[in-house]
Write a protein that binds this ligand. Structure first.
Ligand SMILES: [Zn+2]
Length: 701
């Protein structure tokens, strides 16, 4: 949220390091920033006096925001090897998770995103990663979304990508035939003044050139460019011997030949799988050859057009375009994919991105899965080979990295986001956090998403501690203070915003979390109090200098200072399970109302209103599924996922038991589980060509 806010006020309480000495601090907040932190009560300002512990707001460094309305996915039992296994090869995932998201209309997505933000807020989270393409739903709403430009006063951007490495593409790109040249060239000294990115680009262009020579594709391309411009030659070259075209006709001949071309394109072994795509491909081929009028296409280029060759061919946009369209049926499948997709879409854009002056960081899933899975290792190898292992790249999960790869992460000053709950539920194991700490790698925390993760980062802290206790990792090795540092300071560092995000200091973003110190009776230090705090212990959450959530008393006070039009909203309503009440302020409601009027959507003036809104949209979706796909109705989410964990017994029960269940699994049990769910003994996504089967979060690269 970034709306205008210029008030100066103060909040008092105890910084963790001062709690033992009972030395109170006053945090003076001006606009969205902390102006000063001192021991003297400032005169002439509104001061919210508290006895609470003052921490920086928690930064959830990994989330799939809109998915956080879904309940836990019961079939995640630690049985998977890597993320593509469940995303691509495990049918129940689709019905439990992606089926529920796919059919949502726009305004339902916005309601889901805002619900997820409110849920994060109740767990002391002031910034979230993972808004994806739904930034419009979150601008000027509750908490920070790190990808929205300027959220922290930053001019540079943070970007997220679900996958920076896609196995379907890498299988094509990383044909082992590329390796000998890459290895040979990598050992040669680099030209002075050459940037590492340019060096990598050159190496790959050379390797590709070699491969194209070996596969005679280069000959084919050069011949094509060097031929006299005759349709006959063009078609013969284009269609090759695959279809037995004898080249006796012109444009009319191509039309007559169309059924055969379509038939070829429809053959799953050779080309596209569906009729529409085949028709499109045929049309673009025709367009490329003959042009829209039949007179301006490739065949009509002047005969003296200078032929391209070698590396020029790779860099020529027309050639790229050609391979992306018309040429795709005639070229070696692997090289075709490289040229048409990876080269243009991934490598250059990713490298280019990391070189952009306006970039702070890129956050992407990598090597998510079991530690000893060969595929997970290979993902980091690709990153290395492609020269993407640079400061600013933040790896989500990275569980499947070996020792050498982790060393490289440390040397290159990259960061890792740890999400133990999600890792354990999906893969039965998580990051080797002791080794990661020993190597000095910067680690932040993420709750991932509610289908396999925590409800918010406050829960993830507890999961992390329970996991460490279970693995007999002592407080000396990884302390509660370390965990809190991961959730605050380290997140700021990972984002290259270490001087404004994640600390309670002058000049930092005024994002605060105040915790009831009553917990200190049972926990020996303030950091342990936070790690073990529940939603009921959250006294105040301040985002961009605005108190948004907390105890009824604190929020009511803030509400009078800001002269809010509406009284703060007190929740939970049903106190059956939650024996506490908290209050919300919604300072952005004027702005929201305006947006909503123009789009004709209902208002989200209050959290209860937001819940009703989401609930009615979900019901409408249920009805639509019932009418259209009655067999799927049992897979549709029926109700809004509860705001507070205490209102969600299924979640709290799983939360309490999962470590015992998944960590005690032995190899035999895991094997049996894989068999039960019909997962092959081994699965490698390399070379898999059907990337359309993918059902996963938006890619925002
Ligand atoms: Zn994720």
């Amino acid at each position: 949220m970034s709306s205008g806010n210029t008030r100066t006020w103060a909040v008092s309480g105890y910084l963790p390091e001062d709690f033992a000495s009972k030395k109170k601090s006053y945090v003076i907040i001006k606009g969205r920033l902390i102006e000063n932190v001192g021991a003297v009560r400032p005169a002439g300002l509104d001061v919210l006096e508290t006895e609470s512990l003052i921490f920086p707001g928690l930064v959830d460094m990994h989330s799939h925001v809109k998915y956080n309305i879904l309940p836990l996915w019961g079939l995640a039992k630690g049985q998977f090897l890597n993320r593509f296994e469940w995303r691509k090869k495990f049918a129940p995932y689709k019905s439990a998770v992606s089926f529920n998201m796919k059919a949502f209309p726009k305004e339902t997505i916005c309601a889901a995103v805002r619900w997820a933000e409110v849920k994060a807020l109740t767990g002391g989270v002031t910034a979230l990663q993972g808004i994806g393409n739904d930034g419009r739903c979150a601008a000027d709403f509750g908490i920070h979304n790190i990808e929205i430009p300027g959220e922290f006063g930053n001019k540079q951007r943070i970007r997220s990508a679900t996958d920076i490495i896609d196995p379907a593409l890498m299988g094509a790109v990383y044909d082992p035939r590329l390796d000998p040249t890459v290895q040979k060239l990598s050992t040669q000294p680099s030209v002075s003044g050459e940037s590492p990115e340019n060096r990598v680009n050159k190496i790959y262009d050379q390797a590709l050139l070699e491969l194209m020579k070996q596969t005679e594709i280069l000959d084919w391309m050069e011949t094509f460019y060097n031929q006299p411009r005759s349709v006959k030659t063009g078609l013969r070259l284009l269609l090759g011997e695959d279809l037995g075209y004898n080249g006796s006709d012109l444009l009319a001949g191509l039309e007559a030949f169309k059924p055969k071309i379509i038939e070829f394109l429809l053959d799953p072994a050779k080309g596209q799988l569906n009729a529409k795509a085949s028709e499109q491909q045929y049309q673009s081929m025709k367009l490329w050859l003959f042009g829209a009028t039949g007179k301006v296409g490739y065949m009509q280029l002047p005969a003296n057009t200078k032929p391209l060759s070698g590396l020029d061919l790779l860099g020529d946009s027309k050639t790229m375009d050609f391979f992306g369209k018309a040429g795709v049926i005639a070229v070696d499948k692997k090289v075709r994919r490289y040229l048409a997709m990876f080269e243009v879409a991934v490598r250059r854009s990713a490298l280019g991105y990391l070189q952009l002056k306006d970039s702070l960081a890129i956050v992407a899933h990598l090597s998510e899965g079991m530690r000893n899975d060969a595929y997970n290792h290979s993902e980091y190898d690709y990153i290395r080979k492609l020269g993407l292992n640079k400061k600013g790249l933040v790896l989500i999960h990275a569980v499947g990295l070996d020792q050498n790869q982790l060393k490289d992460v440390a040397q290159r000053q990259m960061s890792i986001v740890w999400s133990p709950f999600s890792n354990l539920l999906l893969y039965g194991e998580t990051l080797d956090i002791q080794t990661v700490k020993k190597l000095g790698i910067n680690v932040a925390l993420g709750a991932d998403w509610t289908p396999t993760g925590s409800k918010n980062l406050l829960d993830e802290l507890k999961i992390a501690r329970r996991y460490l206790d279970k693995m007999k990792v002592s407080q000396v090795e990884i302390s509660d203070r370390d965990l809190v540092t991961m959730a605050t300071v380290n997140a700021g560092k990972a984002l290259n915003l270490g001087d404004v995000v994640g600390q309670v200091k002058a000049g930092f973003q005024a994002d605060l979390l105040l915790i009831d110190p009553a917990k200190l009776n049972s926990w020996k230090d303030p950091y342990s109090a936070l790690v073990h705090a529940g939603q009921q212990d959250v006294d105040l959450v301040v985002v961009s200098g605005q108190p948004l959530y907390g105890s009824v008393k604190n929020i009511q006070m803030a509400s009078t200072w800001w002269k809010d039009v509406m009284a703060p909203e007190v929740l939970p309503r049903d106190q059956g399970r939650c024996s506490y009440q908290k209050a919300f302020r919604n300072p952005s409601m004027t702005k929201l109302d305006k947006d909503i009027e123009s789009t004709g959507q209902r208002t989200f003036r209050t959290v209860a209103g937001l819940e009703q809104e989401l609930s009615s949209k979900l019901n409408a979706y249920r009805v639509a599924v019932q009418n259209k796909e009655p067999k799927m109705i049992s897979n549709v989410i029926g109700a809004v996922d509860p705001l507070y964990a205490c209102e969600d017994p299924a979640y709290t029960e799983r939360f309490a038991q999962f470590i015992e269940k998944t960590l005690d699994q032995d190899a035999a049990e895991r094997k049996a589980n894989r068999k039960k769910y019909k997962l092959d003994d081994r699965w490698t996504p390399l070379g898999s060509s059907n990337s359309s089967a993918e059902e996963e979060p938006d890619d925002d690269l």
